[in-house]
Design a protein around this ligand. Structure first.
Ligand code: KIV
Length: 366
């Protein structure tokens, strides 16, 4: 490829190449040839370089500068579907957490999550909606893109929102393709068991890995009579087992079990040959998932939390404390202090002051 005039002039400015999820990039770098002759200095020779770097450290001169990873260190190998299968074979628990934007994904990945889920719970925890029904595929694509820009190692799954897959298997395939092509996720998740087996089959046949989700399926809360635990009767538990077998046979590589008794989840997990990921389903599952905002305590005290949530941190309190202190310091003129300002030579300030004082207000406006 011939370098553009801009590339010719500025040479190898393509130092930071950050692909959302793939870590090893083959990059064609145009190096300017420095010589005495003007025409020679404008030429560029392409070289193909393989690099394992995802980003270069950045100095943030502006509050709007990108937040990209602070370190170029690739600390973990990317988690692939084979990694997850191996963990399952070795009986190693799989840790999954939700993320809905760049910072929440960045911290989840940095903390060593095996999987990051861009769950449609973002409707409630990030978009302020009452339930997950109103979130659209466009919303999901936007949030998936933001998450996958941050994640360097974890395996990222994007949720198919209500209305994006129920109409037909073809609709599900089209929506899944959008999440992969535009959202850059590695797999999709959809709610449903026996009734969605043909849908799961169609999506997996298109080459997109599927995580199924059975038990309490929040998108169907109206049909379920609210956010209620499932599988509490023998008939209910048998229905869950049927659902689990159906999604496995349809090709799902993993299944989320939400809000079901631990004993039932453990029995179902033993019967399957794909990993189960529990949320409110006890410790007999192959792994666990939680909603990040819940487990980090990033909500106003007093909010109702599902029984299964364990609060591991108090992000709300700490954030509020900092913001209150900032407010106080702004009001007291304690912030910004000298160290938060840019330096300038005293003579420049004096000269500027002199010029300003010299000019009449009218002249200054001209
Ligand atoms: O939307 C979501 O976050 C989920 C998890 C709770 C499993 O589906």
């Amino acid at each position: 490829m011939t370098p553009s005039p801009v590339l010719r002039r500025f040479g190898s400015s393509l130092r930071t190449i950050h692909h959302p999820s793939r870590k090893v990039l083959s990059v064609t770098v145009y190096r300017p040839v420095i010589s005495a002759s003007a025409s020679a200095s404008a030429s560029a020779s392409p070289t193909t370089t393989t690099t394992t770097t995802t980003t270069t450290p950045q100095t943030r001169w502006s509050s709007h500068a990108p937040m990209g990873p602070a370190s170029s260190q690739q600390t973990r190998k990317p988690v692939t579907i084979s990694t997850l299968r191996n963990m399952y074979k070795k009986n190693e628990p799989i840790a999954m957490l939700t993320a809905h934007d760049f910072p929440s994904a960045f911290v989840a990945d940095s903390a060593g999550m095996d999987m990051v889920l861009v769950g449609d719970s973002l409707a409630m925890v990030a978009l302020g909606m009452n339930d997950t029904n109103a979130v659209t595929l466009d919303d999901m694509v936007l949030h998936c893109r933001s998450v996958t820009r941050a994640v360097r190692s974890a395996f990222v799954v994007g949720d198919l929102p209500m209305g994006s897959y129920e109409v037909s298997p073809q609709q599900a395939v089209q929506s899944s393709i959008r999440l992969v092509k535009e959202g850059h996720v590695q797999a999709v998740k959809l709610e449903g068991g026996v009734d969605f087996a043909s849908t799961i089959k169609a999506v997996t046949t298109a080459g997109i890995p599927v995580v199924a989700h059975i038990g309490l399926t929040p998108q169907r809360q109206n049909a379920l009579g609210g956010f209620r635990a499932q599988g509490k009767s023998v008939a209910g538990a048998l229905k869950l087992l049927d659902d689990a077998y159906a999604v496995q046979e349809a090709g799902a590589f993993m299944v989320v079990l939400e809000a079901i008794p631990a004993e039932i989840a453990a029995i179902i997990t033993k019967k399957l040959r794909i990993p189960t990921i529990g949320i409110g389903a006890g410790d007999g599952c192959s792994g666990q998932v939680l909603v990040q905002i819940d487990m980090t305590g990033n909500f106003e005290p007093g909010r109702h939390l599902p029984k299964f949530v364990k609060k591991y941190a108090n992000v709300w309190e700490e954030t509020k404390r900092g913001i209150e202190q900032y407010r106080t310091e702004v009001k007291n003129r304690q912030y910004p202090a000298k160290e938060h300002t840019y330096a300038i030579d005293e003579e420049h300030v004096a000269e500027f002051q002199r010029l300003v004082d010299e000019q009449s207000p009218k002249k200054r406006q001209e």
